[in-house]
Design a protein around this ligand. Sequence first.
Ligand code: URP
Ligand code: ZN
Ligand code: ZN
Ligand code: ZN
Length: 465
Amino acid sequence: MGSVLIKHGTLVTATDTFAADLFIDAGRIAWIGMRPDANCPEADTVIDATGKYVLPGGIDVHTHLDMPLRGDLRSVDDFETGTIAAACGGTTTIIDYAAHSHGESMEQGFETWRQKAEGKAVIDYGFHMTLSEFTDQTLHGMERMVEQGVSSFKVFTAYPGRMMIDDAAILKVLKQAKKLGALVCVHAENGHIIDVLVEEALHAGQIAPQYHALTRPSIGEGEATHRVITLAEIAGAPLYVVHISCCEAIQEIAAAKQRGLPVYGETCPQYLLLSVDCYYLPPEFEGAKYVMSPPLRERPHQECLWQAIQTGVVDTIGTDHCPFHFRGQKELGRQDFTKIPNGGPGIETRMSLLYTGGVETGRITLNRFVDLTATGPAKLFGLYPQKGTIVPGSDADLAIIDPSIATIISAMTHNSHVDYSLYEGMRVKGMPEYVFLRGELIVREGKFVGKSGSGRFLKRPPVSR
Ligand code: URP
Ligand code: ZN
Ligand code: ZN
Ligand code: ZN
């Protein structure tokens, strides 16, 4: 592997912005020379980053690649197309939600996910383990997972009968996580409320996509968030609330933080930029593209989320990338919104959407952008400082963006396999021109130039919090 010199760029970390040259050797950041008097070593490759930002490669800690749903439905990006899309969007690490089926051990689920990723992933990856049921094997299984480098777990308060586990089980999981130094991630919506409202809607013949949103009220998300925070407080365990979509949940996280609890929040670009109006877009059934859980909310929730980003109530931006084709997959729900596979694409557009909606509008600084997209996730999930920052010794995972260049998002040109975009036609800045993974150039002039299978599995150690 050759050495690389990135010259004349503006380096950006979660805390600093400075003019410097950066030297990469053996896959790591070897040297940073402040200009104007940088005295750079000779390098095999020189990249001129004049007028450009050099950022830590993004870390998306919420993806669902190659995820089986029901029947033979599975999310349409595998670890190859999904991570190529990620790379082209400036993301160099993902943490995907591995899962075990009912009756299957966590080790089996872990092995299945390793096989999905191996030989395919083009960026580095770790796994969380989704606890799809609670059995007498669960607590021991968690211990085994932490030994394997899977130091975070996901529980659901939604989807009774499928994924939901009850409060007693969540409390036990939290206590075990505390003991192991692991982090519990929660999908917080009240599943029982949703089931009753869905039953009533279908009974009344309300089958269109908008009823997905109308049967999942935001106060149910707030309630579940409150409840799991209570359980975490009793367990003395840290908690990470995924894909927060609404004010009610934000208020709960803010209150917990104010009391000094180690409670962390994640939101996603779709909740910041899109609203419930999308479910009513013409033509009929277009709204199915936006069916995800939690659903898109009324506009005022977006302002709440932006504020939470500004005030530090939200710690990370993930994507919940879980793409299903519109044709043939979302369409399964034409006669019944509950049959629309839940989830949407986002892995490729996360950085540019937050850059455009956050940095360009002046809502957040470039440093905060780096914190939300890379440094924060790295610290919370045991990857820091190998990943998530620019410092000598760190992996040379970098995204170089030219802030003067705008691109138009379109399913015609994106790298994801999915047949639509939630942001078709939107003009964004912040798509990377160059991306490096451990010193290898994997994106050049916006195009993927890396190799399938060059991503490595990241064993993530427990983190003391
Ligand atoms: O609708 C969604 N979000 N599908 C993916 C699975 C999940 O709940 O995160
Ligand atoms: Zn396909
Ligand atoms: Zn979820
Ligand atoms: Zn998810």
